[in-house]
Design a protein around this ligand. Structure first.
Ligand code: 13P
Ligand code: SF4
Length: 304
C-alpha cells in the first residue's frame, strides 16, 4: 500500500481544493476503495448517493453508465470519469433500437432496463432496476409479461424468483460473470465442502442455483459480514474479496475470481489526472437525460 501513499495524499488534497467527492463502486481496487473513496457501494447505493451530493464535482470511480446515471440524477454537478473507456459489456449490448424491437415483439409489456445501460436506453425504457431490486421491480409491474434488458442471466434469475410473471429478455451478458459454470462451482464444492459459495445474479441461473446465496455486490458484503463463514468463495469480480478481507479476518476468502477489464481502467493515477484537469466531464443530452431520469427515479421510488 505504501507505494500508493503519494497518490492517495495528492488526490485527497485536490479533492478538498476542488470541492469534489469520489463515488466508488465495490469493484474498485483496494487503494481506491479504502484510500480515496468518500462513498462506496453497489449500483443502487451509488445512484441514491449521487442525488445527495452537495459538492461541485463528482468523480465517478466505476464504469461509464454509473457516471451517466450520476449526471442524470444530479445534472447541476460536474461529473468526471477518470477513463472514458471504462465501459461495460452489458451497456454495449443494446441500443434504443433494441428496446423498440422488444416492444414490437411484446406489445404492451413494460420494459425494465438494468442500470448497466446507456442514457439513450434508459430513456427508451419504462423503469430501471439494479441487481439489488430487480425482482421487486418486476413483481411490481402491472402486466403479466415483463421485458428485461439487457442481461439475459439477471432476467432468468428474476424469472425464477417471480414465477407469477412471464419474463422475456434481451441476450446480453456480463463478460465477468458469464464465465462461471455450474461444473466449476460443483467441482469447487466437492473439494471444499465447508466453503460458502456466494454468486452475483449476473451469473447464469444454474451457477446461482449451485451457490448458497446470491445478491448484489453490497448484498454479498452484507451477507458475509453477517454470517461470517469460516471460508467463502465470492463468485464475482476479484476486488470484492480484497476490499473486505481486512475487516473480516475470521473469513478465509478462497477460490478463483474474474477481473472486470472495464472497472480496472480506473486507477489512482487517472483519478489524480481527472481531478487536476477536470477530464473527462460526462454530458448527457438534456432531452434524453430528462426521460432517463424518470426511469431511474421510478426505480428509486419503488425500492424505498
Ligand atoms: P451491483 O454493484 O449493483 O451488484 O452491480 C454489479 C456490476 O456488475 C456493476 O457493473
Ligand atoms: Fe459490466 Fe460485468 Fe464489468 Fe459490471 S462486471 S461493469 S456488468 S462487464
Amino acid at each position: 500500500f505504501a507505494r500508493y501513499a503519494p497518490y492517495i495524499r495528492a488526490i485527497n488534497k485536490l479533492k478538498r481544493e476542488k470541492n469534489a467527492v469520489i463515488l466508488a463502486h465495490n469493484y474498485m481496487t483496494p487503494e481506491i476503495y479504502h484510500g480515496v473513496a468518500d462513498v462506496v457501494g453497489d449500483s443502487l447505493q451509488l445512484a441514491i448517493e449521487a442525488t445527495k451530493v452537495e459538492a461541485d464535482t463528482i468523480v465517478q470511480c466505476g464504469v461509464h453508465f454509473m457516471a451517466e446515471t450520476s449526471k442524470i440524477l444530479n445534472p447541476a454537478k460536474t461529473v468526471l470519469i477518470p477513463d472514458v473507456k471504462a465501459g461495460c459489456s452489458l451497456a454495449e449490448s443494446i441500443t434504443a433500437e433494441g428496446i423498440a424491437e422488444m416492444r414490437a415483439k411484446y406489445p404492451g409489456a413494460p420494459v425494465v432496463s438494468y442500470v448497466n445501460t446507456t442514457a439513450e436506453v434508459k430513456a427508451a425504457s419504462d423503469i430501471c432496476c439494479t441487481s439489488s431490486n430487480a425482482a421487486q421491480i418486476v413483481a411490481a409491474m402491472d402486466s403479466d409479461v415483463v421485458i428485461m434488458t439487457p442481461d439475459q442471466y439477471l432476467a432468468q434469475n428474476v424469472a425464477n424468483e417471480v414465477p407469477q410473471k412471464k419474463v422475456v429478455w434481451w441476450e446480453g451478458s456480463c463478460i465477468v460473470h458469464e464465465q462461471y459454470t455450474k461444473d466449476d462451482i460443483n467441482a469447487f464444492r466437492a473439494l471444499h465442502p465447508d466453503t460458502r459459495i456466494i454468486a452475483h445474479p449476473e451469473c447464469p441461473p444454474d451457477v446461482v442455483a449451485a451457490s448458497d446465496f446470491s445478491g448484489s455486490t453490497s448484498g454479498i458484503i452484507d451477507y458475509v459480514t453477517r454470517e461470517k463463514p469460516s471460508s467463502a468463495m465470492l463468485v464475482t469480480e476479484c476486488s470484492m474479496a480484497s476490499n473486505i478481507a481486512d475487516a473480516l479476518p475470521e473469513v478465509d476468502f478462497t477460490g478463483p475470481c474474474n477481473m472486470c477489464p472495464y472497472m480496472k481502467k480506473i486507477t489512482l493515477e487517472k483519478i489524480l489526472w481527472s481531478l487536476h484537469t477536470g477530464t473527462h466531464a460526462v454530458e448527457v443530452d438534456p432531452e434524453i437525460s430528462a426521460k432517463a431520469k424518470i426511469a431511474v427515479e421510478r426505480m428509486i421510488d419503488l425500492s424505498r
